[in-house]
Design a protein around this ligand. Structure first.
Ligand code: CTP
Length: 398
């Protein structure tokens, strides 16, 4: 998968540095060549000997190392790589990068190159949530730096929360996604997926039976063709795929805000089963049983995200794909829905319980576009996703 690719791996100072040893092995299993750089703090956690033994090459540690300079200038070192990866990326490294410091080997390499950069942050939860780190994160994203993780979890310091470095397999998938040479390379595509939860009170909500499987499969297929995927997902039963930028949301209104924040994009695929209504005034306290009778829920209409994006005057993605979940008159209803919402394509499916599609592993869809209705045979959701991704790639290539 990564045959012939050259990864410059910066191992920063953090307890998660030991996971980078595993990452080196996994990268090599995939055929990549790894040039390791160990920061001073990183060398407190893993030894230069273990890093060089695993990578089968010398580990670079010092900025002013005359032997290395004679062999290959440091600047050359970062430019010869296909991707720079920092794992663990500490709060300090992120701060240096955001400010453009170049006072050690790692920060110099990162500043002296225009090679794509992927960071796998790892730090204490308070450090991750500190406004300074938030600012640096934002600035780095604006500079085009990509991120994988951090994950939630219990940390070596005894606290719990976001800050744990992504697992080697997640970092590997993110690397593969960055280096994918498919037809969607350089395209940014957003995908909505899963159900939404609309609160009734702090403990109850209204939801639907969507598992998020079809949306996740679409995100995987787009990623595998090289797209940069922003995956905005409601509380789904399936995990977000690796190698995509996952944005978890709960309600339709949160999903809409996340979609707006993720634009601009070259294409949008709206696979989420968004609740059409929310409870007009969700209680901020748990509703209690009362002698005065049963509670009455009043509904308000949720924003129609697909329609809003399809009808944007400025910044509309070049291709907008909606899904239509129908239980009867599928083609007629979906064709009317495409017109009403203003999207380019509708992927229509029959979700009557007898089909077993909602929550199941297969799908039978009809693709509705300007060219009419095209019925696809029943197939796995992964296969539907791959076909759709191929179509999207062909449309964006025009
Ligand atoms: N959709 C959306 N925002 C909503 C409702 C739906 O973005 N508030 C999107 C879905 O992601 C899907 C498409 O619109 O791509 C159609 O969803 P569907 O539930 O089939 O249609 P509805 O708009 O809910 O229409 P109806 O209830 O009349 O079937």
């Amino acid at each position: 998968m990564l045959a012939g690719k050259h990864i410059l791996l910066i191992i920063g100072g953090g307890i998660a540095a030991y996971k980078s040893l595993e990452l080196i092995r996994r990268l090599q299993d995939q055929g990549a060549r790894v040039t390791p750089v160990l920061t001073k703090a990183g060398a407190e956690f893993v030894t230069p000997l273990s890093v060089s033994a695993l990578s089968g090459t010398a580990v670079h540690q010092e900025l002013f190392d005359l032997t290395a300079e004679a062999e290959m200038g440091h600047i050359q070192l970062s430019r010869s790589a296909d991707l720079l990866v920092a794992a663990p990326a500490t709060a300090d490294l992120m701060a240096k990068m955001a400010q453009g410091h170049a006072n050690d080997l790692a920060s110099t390499l990162l500043l002296a190159t225009d090679t794509p950069v992927l960071l796998a942050p790892a730090m204490n939860v308070r450090m991750w949530e500190h406004p300074a780190t938030r600012r640096n994160l934002q600035a780095l994203k604006e500079d085009g730096v990509s991120f994988v993780g951090p994950n939630d979890g219990s940390m070596a310091c005894g606290e719990f929360g976001p800050g744990r470095m992504a697992e080697p397999e997640e970092i590997l998938a993110a690397i593969a996604a960055k280096l994918a040479d498919g037809p969607l390379k350089g395209k940014r595509i957003l995908v909505t997926s899963g159900p939404t939860h609309e609160p009734i009170d702090p403990v109850r909500y209204i939801a639907n039976r969507s598992s998020g499987a079809q949306g996740a499969a679409v995100a995987c297929a787009l990623r595998d063709l090289g797209a940069e995927v922003v995956f905005i997902t409601g509380p789904a039963a399936v995990r977000p795929p690796e190698g995509v930028q996952a944005v978890p949301v709960e309600s339709a209104r949160e999903m809409e805000a996340a979609v707006q924040a993720a634009l601009p994009a070259d294409a949008g695929v709206f696979a989420a089963a968004v609740a059409d209504w929310r409870v007009a005034s969700a209680s901020d306290r748990k509703l209690k049983k009362s002698k005065d009778g049963l509670p009455v829920l009043e509904f308000a209409e949720n924003p129609d995200i697909l329609k809003t994006v399809s009808q944007m005057k400025n910044g509309r993605p070049g291709l907008v794909v909606g899904f239509a979940a129908e239980t009867n008159d599928v083609v007629e209803n979906a064709t009317a829905k495409r017109k009403r919402k203003g999207c380019d394509w509708i992927v229509a499916n029959d979700v009557s319980p007898a089909t077993g599609i909602m929550g199941g592993s297969e799908n039978a869809v009809i693709l509705i576009s300007d060219d009419g209705a095209e019925e696809w045979p029943r197939m796995g959701k992964g296969e539907v996703a791959r076909r759709l991704a191929d179509r999207i790639a062909a449309a964006l290539a025009k």
